[in-house]
Ligand binder design. Structure first.
Ligand code: G1P
Ligand code: ZN
Length: 540
């Protein structure tokens, strides 16, 4: 059946990770349908095979039924879907690659809260398993502005509860175990016997899945396959509203885990993951690991895991991520890459075999095993390293800083600012860049200032205006950019970094170490003048 839709979703631009909106908007008449039709119009559906799954948030199941019926009506040959329409983002990426499909649709708003009044999202991943590049999402956006009809089959709901083959119209639907293939992939990369021996020796861990998608994955891998004590995994049942949690694994939103790890008799190792399972936070007993440091430590020690024993080809990080990983690349004698924010920019480097490990300051780390960041992967690589080095997280961090120096790092987020105010602030800052070099503030002298532009070393594509960078002569750095994933007004992200070579001054509180850089940032960007804000909403 073809439906002539009366409301094109003009103006709804997919951001850094697909299209995210409030759930009621997605549930509105024709809204999801128009976006899905735009996807199929751009990538073509006839005769193709896709993967489909989501993080289980409110509307996940209904949306899956709609997408299946639309895929069938658009002539798709086959859809591989996780049981109950569940797939973590990294597991979906893996299934796309394993089955050599033409791509996949992932239903998630990542770490944003879920529920009837919270967020929903849809994104398309291409056949390499990674997020669609900008050229593709731009084409989808353009299509949404002039779409006038969509195709959908009229059928009863498909039973997604039973593993096995079924069909919708002429299209095959394969309902698969969401966890099994992913768990096998992890087993091929990491030394499971060594990690199992660690747990057997009394090593205690807390894994907080924040009532989101990684629960079943964590229970299967950590408790069942690796023998971690039952109860190691908490908040392990995915709920449509994430039990009211904000499933973003950082010290603010994973506070219960932080409290436990910094409390008396804490476990040896703690970890959390986000709504769709691609983000991670790791924390040792009394030792928080910043994501930028986590990337650097993982890169420096990856060879201890069987999947990376041959060494790394290169390390890639997003521009706002600290330079800690670059220092590891130098010491390993391998290339390092600085890309714009968003995992999609790592895809070409991974496909071309130029990078093995990638990371972002926003609690994202991953490797060439899939084309998404992967929360449980990072947690398992940490476990593998801990099992081999037989040291605490705190000791591993201290040794890392003693060897490489420490890149103190923090991100300050100012949320739900009126978009016009945020835009005016960024425009003024961009306009002032040429005047900044040579200026001294808070004892820091500006060496260079620019608006980050990236030329992809593989395909030559250019991405401009990716964030303002202000570099100081002592190596300190300020970065400002507006979020591309928020759903309410604008979010200003202020990234702060300062390098300490050591051996003294390696164990300061990051906010103290960064205090002059923070003050300089507020003065330079006139944050209060433009937005009225002084205090960030979230500090990571
Ligand atoms: C945020 C993070 C970015 C990440 C993206 C998707 O995007 O900052 O690193 O790739 O979520 O998880 P932003 O809201 O800053 O555009
Ligand atoms: Zn996510």
């Amino acid at each position: 059946m073809t439906i002539i839709s009366t409301q094109p979703i003009a103006g709804q631009k997919p951001g850094t990770s697909g299209l995210r909106k409030k759930t009621p908007i997605f549930m509105g008449e024709h809204y999801l349908e128009n976006f899905v039709q735009a996807i199929f119009d751009v990538v073509g559906a006839a005769g193709k095979t896709f993967v489909l799954g989501g993080d289980g948030r409110y509307f996940n199941d209904t949306a899956a039924q709609i997408i299946l019926r639309m895929a069938a009506a658009n002539g798709a040959a086959r859809v591989i879907i996780g049981q109950g329409a569940i797939l973590s983002t990294p597991a979906a990426s893996h299934l796309i690659r394993l089955n050599k499909t033409d791509g996949g649709i992932i239903m998630s708003a990542s770490h944003n809260p879920g529920g009837p009044t919270e967020d929903f999202g849809v994104k398309f991943n291409i056949s390499n398993g990674g997020p669609a590049p900008e050229s593709v999402t731009e084409a989808m956006y353009k299509r949404t502005t002039d779409i006038s009809e969509y195709h959908i089959l009229e059928t009863a709901d498909i039973d997604l509860g039973k593993i096995g083959r079924t069909s919708v119209g002429d299209m095959i639907v394969d309902v698969v175990d969401p966890v099994a293939n992913y768990a096998t992939l992890m087993e091929s990369l990491f030394d499971f016997p060594a990690i199992a021996a660690l747990f057997k020796g009394g090593f205690r861990m807390r894994m907080d899945s924040m009532c989101a998608v990684t629960g079943p994955y964590a229970v299967e891998i950590l408790e069942k396959r690796l023998g971690a004590a039952s109860g190691t995994c908490v908040n392990a049942t995915p709920l449509p509203d994430f039990g009211g949690m904000h499933p973003d694994p950082n010290p603010t939103w994973a506070k219960a885990l932080m409290d436990e790890m910094f409390g008396a008799n804490s476990p040896d190792f703690g970890a959390a993951s986000d709504g769709d399972g691609d983000r991670n936070m790791v924390v040792g007993a009394g030792a928080y690991v910043s994501p930028s440091d986590s990337l650097a430590v993982l890169a420096a020690n990856a060879h201890l895991a069987p999947g990376y024993a041959a060494g790394l080809k290169g390390i890639a990080r997003s521009m706002p991520t600290s330079a800690a990983a670059d220092r590891v690349a130098v010491s390993l004698g391998i290339e390092s890459y600085e890309t714009p924010t968003g995992w999609k920019f790592f895809g070409n480097l991974l496909d071309a075999g130029r990078a093995t490990i990638c990371g972002e300051e926003s609690f994202g780390t991953g490797s060439d095993h899939v084309r998404e960041k992967d929360g449980l992967w990072a947690i398992l690589l940490w476990l593998n390293i801990l099992a081999v080095r037989k040291q605490s997280v705190a000791a591993i961090l201290a040794e890392h800083w003693a060897k490489f120096g420490r890149n103190y790092y923090s991100r300050h987020d100012f949320e739900a600012i009126a978009s016009n105010k945020a835009d005016a602030m960024m425009a003024a800052l961009r306009g002032s860049l040429a005047t900044l070099p040579g200026q001294t503030l808070e004892g820091l002298t500006v060496q260079a200032a620019d608006d980050f532009a990236y030329t992809d070393p593989v395909d030559g594509s250019i991405s401009k205006a990716q964030g303002v960078r202000i570099l100081f002569e002592d190596g300190s750095r300020i970065v400002l950019r507006l979020s591309g994933t928020g759903t309410e007004g604008a979010t200003l992200r202020l990234y702060l970094e300062r390098y300490a070579a050591g051996p003294e001054g390696l164990d300061l509180d990051p906010q103290d170490a960064l205090a002059p850089v923070i003050r300089a940032a507020h003065t330079l960007a006139k944050i209060e003048n433009y937005t009225g804000r002084v205090t960030p909403d979230v500090i990571t």
